[in-house]
Design a binder for this molecule. Sequence first.
Ligand code: EPU
Length: 341
Amino acid sequence: MNEIQKNISLQEYNTMNLAVFCSKYLEIENENEFINHLESITNNEDILFLGGGSNILFTKDFEGLVVKNNIKGKDTIRETDEWVELKVGSGEVWHDLVMYCVRRNWGGLENLSLIPGTVGAAPIQNIGAYGVEVKDVLTQVEAIEMETGKKLLFDNKACDFGYRDSVFKRELKGKVFITSITLRLTKTNHNTNINYGAIQKVIQLDYNNVISIENISNAVISIRQSKLPDPRQIGNCGSFFKNPIISASLFESLKNDFPTLPSYPVIGNSSIKIPAGWLIEQCGWKGKTIDKRYGVHQQQALVLVNYGKSTGSEIKTLAMDIQKSVFDKFKVEIIPEVNII
Ligand code: EPU
């Protein structure tokens, strides 16, 4: 069984590549190990569960216990000719899971290729890309209640998913530790989604218009690689802000003043989602670099980057400056998607 270690560098555990330390650190390999350590874990005032570290901005050293999740496993728990139900350990790397499914021609995750992070983090913020969210295929989340050590099961409805949102991010924040998720994936009659224009284009040009799980996955990978920086080369957390959802009336007045403003309908109500990347670019931030150390990505204004040697608090200040200039110009508040701690 792993033991708690002291003063550990978190640089390789956060994709922003920030040189920060935590006072205590514990790696968890399986569910039992978590339960055995539960008392010593909950004894700490500050606890941080870390998956791939891809959605976190450390503004200082973490004075508390970091629990790094290494719970692995991919098990087929039910299967018919049409679908398969796969239970996956929360410490698995998300993209490895996607590749595992694409290789078997199991449909459902292909649009979510190359998203950094771990499986356990996926339901917390309902990861999504290119018209698909994890909520579309997720059937169950298994978790341990911190206070009691009891195992809890959440079906899709109980997760109360929203855009980059779930019950785990709100009411249950810090109260449960996710150990596995279960997904239902198609084996035939795939419910593919190529509504996103760029995917259609790549499928047409590079894959002879053949729509398959593998081709969609490859198309997504090439689109992401062309727009989003690889965290192994340039520190980043993907989209730093959420796309704001605004009222139809505010949208109308903005569209009057800025006719090229893109928009997406929000299913289920009359609000409109507008791209924060567009707003940020209009304020002149795209590609801006500060002191050659950090800044706003050249190809995607929604992504803040650390070219090395910058600090989380500098990046936070940059994010706040961006937020303010977007508000001043458009009267729209953009809210970080990333956890700032
Ligand atoms: N845009 C700009 N300038 C920019 C960036 C975007 O004008 O610098 C415009 C684009 O031209 C397009 C619109 O904004 O009209 C949307 O851009 P894009 O398709 O690149 O997607 P996004 O809304 O910026 C969201 C997700 C991404 C996801 C993509 C694709 C959020 C916060 N982000 O970005 O998710 O990959 O859609 O589905 O919802 C992430 O969460 O880390 C992430 C990368």
